[in-house]
Design a protein around this ligand. Sequence first.
Ligand SMILES: C=CC1=C(C)c2cc3[nH]c(cc4nc(cc5[nH]c(cc1n2)c(C)c5CCC(=O)O)C(CCC(=O)O)=C4C)c(C)c3C=C
Ligand SMILES: [Fe+2]
Length: 441
Amino acid sequence: MTDNTPDAPDITPGPEERRPEQAAAVSRRRLLGAVGAGAAVAGAAVGVGGTVLARGGSSDAGGSGSGGTAKAQIVAFRDSHQAGIATPSQDRLCFATFDVTPGTTKDDLAELLKTWTAAAEAMALGKQVPGDAGDLNTPPDDTGEAVGLAPGNLTITIGYGPSLFDGRFGLAGRRPSALKVLPHLPKDNLDPDNSGGDLCVQACADDPQVAFHAVRNLRRLAFGTLVPRWMELGFGRTSSTTPQQATPRNLMGFKDGTRNIDGTDAALMGQHVWIGEEEPQRWARGGSYLVSRKIQMRLEQWDRDRLGDQQDVFGRFKSTGAPLTGKTEFDAPDFHAKSGGEYVIPTGAHIRLAAHENNNGLRILRRGYSYTDGIDPETGDLLGGLFFIAFMKSPDQFVTLQRILGRHDLLNEYIQHIGSGVFVTPPGLAAGQDWSGQLFG
Ligand SMILES: C=CC1=C(C)c2cc3[nH]c(cc4nc(cc5[nH]c(cc1n2)c(C)c5CCC(=O)O)C(CCC(=O)O)=C4C)c(C)c3C=C
Ligand SMILES: [Fe+2]
């Protein structure tokens, strides 16, 4: 395990720089000085950036619980697409959205995005946010709680909400064509405190502390530029994004993700998930749209429901995950099969309504997590559900599906959509590129 860098550029702090916002600005300058944007950042990606120091995290470093070596737990930060979409879904999520503070200029935002790139790249490599940790007169550049932990396959995926392109930062002419606030959808009961945001950060890792550390440190670097809007912690991934992963179960006890898009299937990803040539904004091609929905489950009510009803709601067997017309999990559902004059998979079953066969081939990549908000102080009920995240070529894919599900899904008796967000996630970064140059051109 190594320490933080002792030889960052000398920036002499005045006493006022100990105030958090200004100290963070100093941290940002240091980070740029220490890691640099452009080529220096690219160097860090391949492990030759001399000032980006390892946080530790070999299997004997302790604390991670996820085992394996640091090297084995690194997901490439630079690629044609951002990590955290097609890459295997990790066990934990920390998702946050932010609003730009009034008075922030285009240059402030651009500087922050450069700084975020360098910090995110360092953290994905299992290193600390770089800077001068040895200066007793300023706060350390990294908050420290991930020291000694393995990288945990951390992925940091950034997204921009429709409001970022409203003209404050000269971005109105760069708004991707499909990026609009979602329309009101059937049975929506959305809380503004769980909805929207100028920017979002999705941090996924196999260790919850690694995911939280990533968001916390990006938030810290953004002091004075962004304010957090809402945050969600997720556990128990509710989808598989590669066939190698076993299908997990959601809080209703059902296997979830059986018929998800396979993230390694380039043809399907190109057809349904990645923004392509249809998008006039060239900078967004190779990116995707992220739709988030906080969906509360009426868990106590669900737990009192008969097994037969539960299975009819989804159209699948609870034990095996097989469709009601099949025997094993990956059997194709037969939506035409009838028994006693009735469809075996009921007309209101979730999978019948959501299946691509019944929606003109429409598909999305689901990458959600379970969440809990503890106990309802009024009823004593457990509060929890699905923090639904899905990626798609256009948010219209979600809107089309949800218009159908919101009206006819048998599941509606047990759920309520209470939060919503839509963000464009830009494509991956090439060597030497950063999020600032990519967005502002
Ligand atoms: C608008 C999109 C969807 C929302 C919202 C949604 C909510 C939701 N889903 C489950 C549990 C399951 N969903 C399953 C399948 C499934 N769900 C969607 C879309 C949305 N789900 C799709 C496109 C599919 C695939 C349908 C198919 O092709 O068969 C399943 C079955 C297993 C699987 O294939 O993943 C479960 C279980 C919950 C609990 C929920 C809201 C709380
Ligand atoms: Fe679903």
